[in-house]
Ligand binder design. Sequence first.
Ligand code: UDP
Ligand code: MG
Length: 338
Amino acid sequence: PQPSVDVCHAAYMPAAPHGVVPRAPLLLSCVVPAYNEQENLEGFLRALIPAVQALTPHFEVIVVNDGSSDATHDVAMRLVNEMPVRYLALSRNYGKEAALSAGIDHARGNAVLLIDADFQHPLELLPEMHDLWLHGYEMVYGVIADRGAESGAKRLGTELFYKLMNSGSSVKVPPNAGDFRWMDRKVVDALKALPERNRFMKGLYAWVGFKTAALPFVPKDRAAGASSFNLRRLGALALLGLTSFTTLPLRVWSVIGGLVASIALAYGAWITIDTFLFGADLDGWPTLAAGIMLFSGVQLMSIGILGEYIGRIYDEVKCRPTYLVARDEDHSPLRDQA
Ligand code: UDP
Ligand code: MG
């Protein structure tokens, strides 16, 4: 069994305490999810490939086109003839989590690198990731050290999300750790073995554990195009994370219900005493109306939260695949390795 390090505490202590561990020669699979990246894709691959070649001659790049509506497909189809690229086109836009799953499922290397196509993840970090892998770390991830460029609302929301997430879940998701990561084959196989369809990757990485190191980095500005994650999509992602890794939203209602019931009980007792002992007149209909409205609101909200979980259960039992591959141009140099 593998030693597992608490990922939260592994953060910011990436110094390798051991010597180089014996590993088979590096065969690196780089997974690049791309959704509407027509302007970035070619330039990015032309930057990525030399950076990877500096580490190993044995590598493949897996471009996952997540149902782009721009010319990403045409760009990728042209590039597969020029570069050691495997091109997977998903049948529609399934979202980044599914695109990453598709790349991971098709990777053949003994290590897998997940990296965005928009130049936000610095290629300069690859040698360090490689080095940590050689020193026995099974997963190395980038942690966003500075969110200075993001809006106040986004930063506040992110902070609140990680607070909620980590107070309700036994698996601690390290804050600000994104999808920029290097994973050993062991981690990849562990991720692939997780059967769930609602794939909140940040939670899954933390759930599988393994020996993990964090590398702080400052994301660059997006080279071209715009981020696909607006507040609505980020909200949906946060809800997915919270409901697939915690039962906090369910438990909150037990607490609120308990509180409300105690208050109602005390108030009831007070009215009884007031009426019988002091002969007070009962004219409570505004109180009643307000009370009924408040509590029916609370009940509807809690039913909604239950529904959120039931919806997820429904999604899981349907057992639909996480994604469908519409096209697979396999020019991977690792084709014969697996
Ligand atoms: N992406 C994807 N599917 C989507 C949205 C995004 O594969 O539905 C890819 C996108 O092409 C990029 C990466 O995921 O390579 C990160 O997306 P983006 O830059 O929009 O997000 P942000 O960096 O703002 O979190
Ligand atoms: Mg980006």
